[in-house]
Ligand binder design. Structure first.
Ligand code: GLU
Length: 900
């Protein structure tokens, strides 16, 4: 039917214009102008338009000339002005901008003047169709319907961007009729300022995990991006994208999310026409590399612009068309004379090749018989899994997963042989095996690094040969781009790997790559342990600190004095010096100053004395003193034993600050070419900078190897070596005279060095992780650090030594002594007052007089005796009594109150 229509149109046009029988024979026709009114700010539509004209012109006898007018998106007034300008220039056809309302406005104007109007974007209302190669929403709905049916979904969410896209839902519902899956409809709207997270969170909370998304190219891309942020881009969710530009999306980050993303596209990015277009764009506007693996930077609007130019070219090639200049004003009823013929002819075409989007065929206003590629996102990119063709059965055949050749063949390590650099001897990482037989090849070496490579080789299947790379692990000089040591060997391709105590540093990372760290460490100080102290003449004093000795002396004197005073205060301590004399004239107190001192001395030295306290107060203070001396003597004895066996308890260097100050004249250094030295060279910490200056000024303090540093420390010449904690740990369990001082200065790790962008790096890292998880790394570390050659130093040697007991340890017992003494005083004072009171009562004298008399006796410290009759004079004012006070004093048990 189309064919006959085309023939009729042709015959008619020939009759009207009277051209010759062969249209190609007409050579005096002028070039045909076609206009592009675009609101695309990226300029890519214009580029495509011009590229397409250039391509078709090579086949045309009457060339096409493109005229482009740029307008702002949605500015219909300006667009109309531009259209008028184009019409005045005599354009034969006009391509409209993306903005739908503007396009509708221009279409009306073009229709009025019979100028063909081409709209290469999705048109959601049939009125704005014009001449449109974009599939109709009805067909998009049909394709989605077939895919959903194939997937067997019984429920899904239909997520649409704005009301215009409801046309697709409308058609979908029509296709389902009364039966069909449960469809939940949700809208994500650009009016929400591009924040679709509320909608996406609702999806996450709902029971549905299958989502059909329709919307603009930018809107859908943003929705997918935010879906990932909301956490619904994973294996539980399936997305069916109804936008035909899915192939232009940046899908890299979704590839491994395991979310199922399916979509439809109208062309294969690998097609020759697409590649040519991409090349032109690259050439003209510096376009970045085209995306591959099923993706492309070419949007469907660009592809349809290209195809529409092809349709115009086909038409002008066949139909003599000479557009006239027009006045676009409504008042001029001039129209394009052959405009309708042209449009009809375009619609009658059936183009099969030289287009990007495949077959171009029209049924009425709608493009038909086109096909969609059904595409699915897989780790290798977008993969075609089916073809949907209008009017035919939907073919869905998911091909077997694409085997990534890179993954499975090129990158396999099986049977590959790598040259591995080691540093020999460098225990425990690598050293020569001690054997009476002559060993060759890999058998010569043993160590942690050797074992680790063997474990990795077992896992990954590669072969290896070890080579001694020397002591210089290497560095990279950014300014000269020069590498040294092992790094150089790897960079220049002389070796594949390097394993030793090789620290991962940012500087080295610029020249080579590292595996993940297999060991963690930090810089610390290796120093000699404190030596045995020379015995000192007064070393018996060491168990107690000076403070304790001082307080002990004070306590001794204090308690003796207390005893003396308490003795005088306590009447029971006043005794008859001659028991055979019944009526003594004087009483005597045993607690003289001398006796008090002797009593406390006897107790302190655990010897005792013949003096026996009788009063409650003197007994209390004596008991407290005995308890005090018991604790003190026990503590002293216990600590003395430790002191007689210990070494000098403190080391002159305790921290990096001490080292920086060269405290006690201790000198220090590090390995000359290692990362430790580099740490100080690059540090901005004032202490480390100071240490760097010292090491720079004393190059003789730097060593070629770690072992040389260890030997230097062992020599005991007040030399400390800055070394990595793992190596320190290794040496201190073997060399009992060495110890680690202070905490690590930094945190870093050892890694296996490999060439930059080495293809097997991921495999190595995975294998290393597995070894870590399986505990193999810990086992190897234990083997080389704590088993082979270890255990020679007893734990005792790690003893930090004893320290003198200070007041902190003994203050409790002093407190007990003070409280006990106070208590004795209170008791004593109480009984003394009671005694005085009874005495006053007995003699019927005022209490104050009796107190004054007794006080005098107590404070007469020089007198050790008291006269029994002395009270007579004092109490002469009192009544004659049948019994004297003195007799009461001596007969305290019967008559007068006594403290006992
Ligand atoms: N691990 C260091 C390096 O990778 C060597 C030893 C050190 O500098 O302490 O260079």
């Amino acid at each position: 039917m189309h064919f006959w229509l085309a023939v009729l149109v042709l015959l008619w046009s020939r009759a009207v214009h009277g051209y010759g029988s062969n249209p190609y024979a007409v050579s005096n026709r002028q070039a045909i102008r076609i206009g592009l009114i675009t609101d695309d700010t990226t300029d890519r539509i214009r580029q495509t338009f011009e590229h397409a004209i250039a391509v078709v012109n090579s086949d045309l006898s009457v060339p096409l000339v493109g005229e482009t007018e740029q307008v702002a998106y949605g500015n219909s007034v300006h667009a109309f002005e531009q259209l008028c300008r184009l019409m005045q220039n005599g354009v034969g056809a006009v391509f409209g901008p993306a903005a739908r309302h503007t396009a509708a406005h221009l279409l009306n104007a073009c229709d009025a003047k019979d100028v063909p109007f081409i709209y290469p974007h999705l048109s959601l209302s049939p009125q704005t169709d014009g001449f449109n190669l974009y599939p109709h929403p009805e067909d998009i709905a049909h394709a989605l319907f077939d895919i959903i049916t194939k997937f067997g979904w019984s429920r899904f969410i239909f997520c649409y961007e704005s009301s215009e896209y409801l046309t697709i839902l409308d058609h979908l519902m029509t296709l389902y009729g009364t039966k069909g899956p449960v469809i939940k409809v949700m809208r994500y709207d650009l009016n929400l300022n591009g924040n679709y997270k509320a909608v996406l969170r609702r999806i996450r909370k709902s029971e549905d995990s299958r989502i059909v998304v329709v919307g603009s190219t930018e809107g859908v891309a943003e929705l997918l991006r935010q879906a990932q942020q909301v956490g619904i881009m994973n294996e539980d969710y399936t997305y069916l994208v109804g936008n035909l530009d899915l192939h232009t999306y940046e899908l890299e980050e979704y590839k491994y999310s395991e979310a199922n993303i399916t979509g439809i596209r109208m062309f294969d990015p690998d097609k020759k026409e697409v590649r040519d277009l991409v090349e032109t764009l690259q050439h003209e506007i510096g376009e970045s590399e085209p995306m591959n693996n099923g993706s492309s930077t070419i949007t469907l609007a660009m592809a349809l612009t290209y195809d529409a130019v092809r349709v115009i070219a086909e038409t002008t090639n066949f139909l003599p068309y000479q557009p006239q200049q027009l006045n676009c004003s409504e008042h001029h009823d001039n129209v394009q004379p052959d405009g309708s013929t042209f449009k009809n002819y375009m619609r009658s075409l059936d183009i099969l090749d030289k287009t990007i989007t495949g077959r171009i065929f029209f049924q009425g206003n709608m493009r038909k018989r086109f096909s969609f590629d059904v595409i699915e996102l897989q780790p290798v990119g977008l993969v075609k899994v089916g073809t949907w063709e209008e009017g035919k059965d939907f073919e869905f055949k998911r091909p077997p997963p694409i085997i990534d050749l890179n993954e499975n063949e090129e990158n396999t390590l099986v049977n590959k042989t790598f040259k591995v650099l080691i540093s020999v001897p460098n225990k425990p990482y690598a050293s020569l095996v001690e054997s009476i037989n002559t060993l060759i090849g890999n058998d010569q070496y043993e160590g942690y690094g050797i074992d680790l490579i063997k474990e990795l080789a077992d896992k990954l299947g590669f072969n290896f040969t070890f080579h001694n790379g020397g002591n210089d692990y290497g560095s990279f000089n950014k300014s000269t781009n020069m590498t040294t040591g092992m790094l150089k060997e790897i960079v220049e391709g002389h070796a594949d790997l390097a394993i030793t105590d090789l620290t991962i540093t940012s500087e080295r990372e610029e020249a080579i790559d590292f595996s993940i760290p297999f060991m963690n460490l930090g810089i610390a100080i290796l120093y000699i342990k404190p030596q045995k102290a020379e015995p000192e003449i007064f070393s018996f004093m060491d168990p107690f600190s000076k403070e304790v000795w001082l307080y002990l002396g004070i306590a001794y004197l204090g308690v003796s004095l207390c005893l003396f005073v308490l003795g005088r205060l306590s009447p029971s301590e006043w005794d008859n010096p001659y028991p055979c004399i019944e009526e003594p004239e004087e009483l005597e107190n045993q607690f003289t100053i001398n006796n008090s001192l002797w009593f406390t001395t006897g107790a302190l030295l655990q010897q005792g004395s013949e003096i026996a306290p009788k009063a409650l107060s003197t007994r209390t203070i004596s008991a407290i003193w005995w308890f005090f001396t018991l604790i003190m003597v026990s503590s002293y004895t216990a600590n003395l034993a430790a002191f007689l066996t210990i070494e000098n308890p403190s080391s002159s260097i305790n921290s990096v600050e001490d080292l920086a100050e060269n405290k006690d004249d201790v000198q220090y250094g590090a390995k000359r070419t290692g990362s430790t030295r580099n740490f100080f060279l690059t540090s901005e910490d004032p202490i480390y900078m100071k240490m760097n200056t010292y090491m720079t000024n004393h190059p003789e303090m730097l060593t070629e190897t770690n072992q040389a540093g260890v030997d230097k420390v062992k020599a005991g010449t007040k030399y400390a070596f800055l070394m990595e904690s793992t190596s320190i740990e290794y040496n201190t369990v073997r060399e009992c005279t060495l110890k680690k001082i202070g905490e690590a200065l930094d945190e870093k790790g050892y890694g296996i060095a490999m060439p930059k962008n080495w293809p097997y790096r991921d495999k190595f890292n995975n294998a290393l992780l597995e070894l870590q998880e399986q505990g193999v790394l810990a086992r190897l570390k234990n083997k080389w650090w704590n088993e082979i050659g270890a255990g020679v130093c007893s734990d005792k040697s790690d003893d930090e030594g004893s320290s003198a007991l200070g007041m902190k340890n003994l203050s409790g017992i002093y407190a007990v002594l003070i409280v006990g003494s106070l208590f004795s005083f209170i008791i004593s004072f109480f009984y003394w007052c009671l005694f005085v009171f009874k005495k006053a009562k007995f003699y019927e004298v005022p209490f104050c007089d009796a107190l004054a008399e007794e006080f005098k006796i107590v404070v007469s410290f020089a007198e050790n005796e008291r006269a029994l009759k002395s009270a007579q004079s004092v109490y002469s004012r009192s009544r004659n009594s049948s019994q004297s006070i003195d007799s009461l004093e001596t007969d305290s048990e019967n008559n007068l109150p006594d403290e006992d």
